[in-house]
Ligand binder design. Structure first.
Ligand code: SF4
Length: 730
């Protein structure tokens, strides 16, 4: 009897359950695995998208098998032993500490890491090395949602669950192409919407007529950057019509009066004009918010990746507070996380301003609690947040970094203003790059390569967008000399003298220590352990110690704040009062278009996996530029013609796709192509690194660009002609 393993899809934050079993009839001699949806997983109920279904095909392609080193970036790598690599890293860490101080050390991690990896890494940096310079690519993805939850409710933590998708009367989706980016969440919502035809409203706010927008009862195709005006305009109508919950506002919130002073400046005619929509559509949206029994809002990068991302998310939360749409089935603000374990990272202290258990670096009590738990002297954790993702690039640029450590992410493609980013990475005196794959674009900037075990080769947990925790067991041997990320961090900690802090023998022991730090917190997981998750399957938090004997129904579909008491000092949620500032970089006569960026259904991030899988590669073989027909007519261009798109920072060359599904004056480029997969097509060559002052999340979603038609003799190579690319496909 062939044994199957139950695990979690390691791509997006939906967190679908997978069942993996050995393929007994592989087409080649290579080890092969069959992957199907796990029907017992509460979040996905057996559903799976193309990425999850094909994940096993990338397991053995282009793996980094051994540690490698080089002295200079233009030298070739040479194979070294683990001992040699770790000795070099520890020597460099000691030198940086002695000569520059702890803040010369930076680590940039990833929502792909498991919770045990995150926890061990940030313990090493924040507790033992004395710097809070541990940040993750989640900063680029959902840190605005984190900041908004903390400021509005007193704590991070999405309050809703996926069952709300099937219990709402009105789903309000803003800044999220859920159909392509969170496909199984969308499957659940779409099925329900169709089943309840006419009774459940689906409203989508997006400058593009995305697949999600095409299913909507109402699509508000707003101008990019006008979200706050729209949301304040909805609030204006709600107040005028008295479609508010005055009892909830009085009993459970604060700051409403200041908010009223702001929204009075957003009458419907003004809002419709600024947003580029009709007054009737705006009023219909407000009517749905005001008269629906339960309103659920979903958002993701279209709100978060903005220089006012926190203000946008808080302004959306305001609508829930003024209508009392929170704390019950089918209602509430629900941010969808991008990555499979971005949520676990937030829980484990995986950003530069937080500590495990939803604690804050700035809070002295929180620092003391963590120091005591780690057996470290008081004052070991620095009192100020460390460098966030973009600030690390600036610090590299200014040569303030002695050692840069990058794990499970590909910043040479994914960070904004990527030519500046690459120049900054080139200035690093010593970069450690820890990844499962080679080549990647970021490997070009490394002095040391460490082979990491990936999904299926190490045991650990991940938390999805609805707070469901799933154990992901190892089910195959590690290739070459690959090691689990947490094992690498722990070994470095021990070599630096922190034997007691890194005495872990197993991932289960790491997890045990981590959950002990969640006791009494909003994200209490003290009732969880590897053993329990293995025996009982996925469980949603909060799950305190006394809930270890819960029945099946108590393990899922939980909501936060059902008692309408929020974890602020006085138990009240906070209204926020923001006027819109607009795009950080607005179009002007020199750069007349707004460029927006996003994901496609079949690809994941920078294609480190999906570029190596035939089916997903064939789904989206090359990058493109979406342009409205009127704009295309201006340039006398048709679909398939080549253009150069320039911003103030760089350029790309792409084929045009003429489509009515985008607003006139707005262009769209997918974010998946780095220089390994296409020539001159990196959308982040164009993007702007201007960050939200609260969340430090960059405005990846919008920048000003110009378009120049390209003559035939200036065309870049196609996606398969590059020798490195050919090697990467083997
Ligand atoms: S929706 Fe996300 S988690 Fe689910 S199978 Fe697809 S990529 Fe994986």
């Amino acid at each position: 009897m062939v044994q199957s393993s139950k695990t979690l899809c390691p791509y997006c934050g939906v967190g679908c359950g997978l069942e993996v079993l050995p393929d007994t009839k592989p087409s080649t001699d290579a080890e092969a695995w069959l992957v199907r949806g796990d029907r017992a997983h509460p979040s996905s109920q057996g559903m799976v998208c193309v990425k999850g279904a094909t994940i096993a095909e990338a397991l053995d392609k282009n793996r980094l098998l051994y540690p490698m080193m080089r002295d200079r970036l233009d030298d070739p790598f040479r194979r070294v032993s683990w001992d040699e690599a770790l000795t070099a890293i520890c020597d460099r860490l000691r030198t940086a500490l002695d000569t520059q101080g702890p803040d010369a050390i930076c680590m940039y991690g990833s929502g792909q890491l498991q919770t045990e990896d995150y926890y061990t890494a940030q313990k090493l940096l924040k507790g033992c090395l004395g710097t809070n310079n541990f940040d993750a690519n989640s900063r680029l993805c959902m840190s605005s949602a984190v900041a908004a939850y903390i400021q509005s409710f007193g704590s991070d933590g999405p309050p809703c669950c996926y069952a709300d998708l099937e219990e709402t009367d009105c789903a309000f989706l803003i800044g999220t192409n859920t159909a392509e980016c969170h496909p199984i969440v969308y499957n659940r919502l779409r099925k329900y919407h169709r089943k309840k035809k006419g009774k459940v409203k689906l409203i989508v706010v997006d400058p593009r007529r995305t697949q999600t927008a095409q299913d909507a009862d109402l699509h508000l195709q707003i101008r990019p950057g006008t979200d706050i005006t729209l949301l304040n305009g909805i609030a204006h109508i709600l107040l005028k019509k008295r479609w508010i919950d005055a009892v909830f506002i009085d009993d459970c919130t604060q700051g409403f009066r200041d908010y009223v002073n702001v929204i009075q400046h957003y009458p419907p005619e003004h809002v419709a004009e600024v947003c580029g929509i009709s007054v009737a559509d705006l009023e219909e949206t407000a009517r749905c918010w005001g008269l629906s029994k339960n309103v659920l809002s979903l958002w993701s990068m279209g709100i978060n990746q903005s220089s006012e991302g926190t203000a946008k998310a808080r302004t959306l939360i305001n609508l829930h507070l003024m209508t009392g749409q929170i704390g019950r089935a089918g209602a509430g603000p629900f941010s969808l996380t991008g990555q499979p374990n971005a949520m676990g990272g937030r829980e484990a202290g995986g950003l530069a301003h937080i500590l495990p258990g939803y604690r804050l670096v700035k809070n002295p009590d929180h620092r003391r609690e963590v120091e005591a738990a780690w057996g470290l002297p008081a004052g070991s954790i620095a009192p100020t947040p460390g460098l966030a993702a973009w600030d690390m690039m600036v610090a590299l640029e200014q040569q303030q970094v002695g050692l840069m450590w990058i794990a499970a992410t590909n910043p040479a493609v994914s960070v904004p203003d990527v030519e500046r980013t690459k120049a900054a990475l080139r200035r690093s005196p010593f970069t450690v790059y820890q990844d499962a794959y080679y080549p990647t674009e970021t490997a070009d900037f490394a002095h040391v390569l460490l082979p990491a075990a990936q999904w299926g080769e190490k045991t650990g947990v991940m938390t999805n967008s609805e707070r469901t925790v799933t154990l992901c067991p190892a089910f195959r041997d590690r290739p070459g000399e690959a090691r689990a990320d947490w094992e690498i961090f722990a070994e470095v900690g021990r070599r630096l003298g922190f034997e007691q802090q890194f005495a872990f023998q197993t991932a289960a022991a790491v997890y045990r220590e981590f959950v002990s730090l969640t006791a009494g917190r909003v994200c209490d997981m003290t009732g969880l352990s590897h053993d329990r998750l293995a025996a009982e399957g996925p469980i949603q938090w909060p799950c305190p110690q006394h809930e270890t004997d819960t029945t099946a129904s108590d393990k899922h579909d939980k909501r936060l704040y059902e008692n309408l008491i929020f974890p602020t000092a006085n138990g009240r949620a906070n209204f926020a009062s923001f006027h819109e500032k607009g795009l950080a970089e607005r179009p002007d006569p020199s750069y007349p278009f707004v460029l927006t960026t996003g994901r496609l259904y079949g690809h994941w991030h920078t294609q480190t996996r999906t570029g190596r899988i035939e089916k997903t590669r064939n789904l989206h073989p090359e990058p493109f530029l979406e342009m409205h027909p009127i704009d295309a007519q201006h340039f006398a261009m048709q679909t398939g013609d080549w253009v150069e798109v320039r911003s103030r920072r760089g350029f790309v060359r792409l084929r045009v796709k003429v489509t009515q599904y985008i607003r006139k004056g707005v262009l769209f480029v997918p974010m998946h192509w780095g220089f390994l997969w296409a020539d001159q097509a990196e959308c982040n060559a164009l993007t702007n690194a201007e960050c939200c002052p609260s969340s430090l999340q960059p405005e990846l979603k919008a920048c000003a660009v110009q378009v120049i038609p390209l003559p035939a003799d200036a065309l870049p190579a196609t996606t398969t002609e590059h020798p490195r690319r050919t090697a990467a496909l083997r």
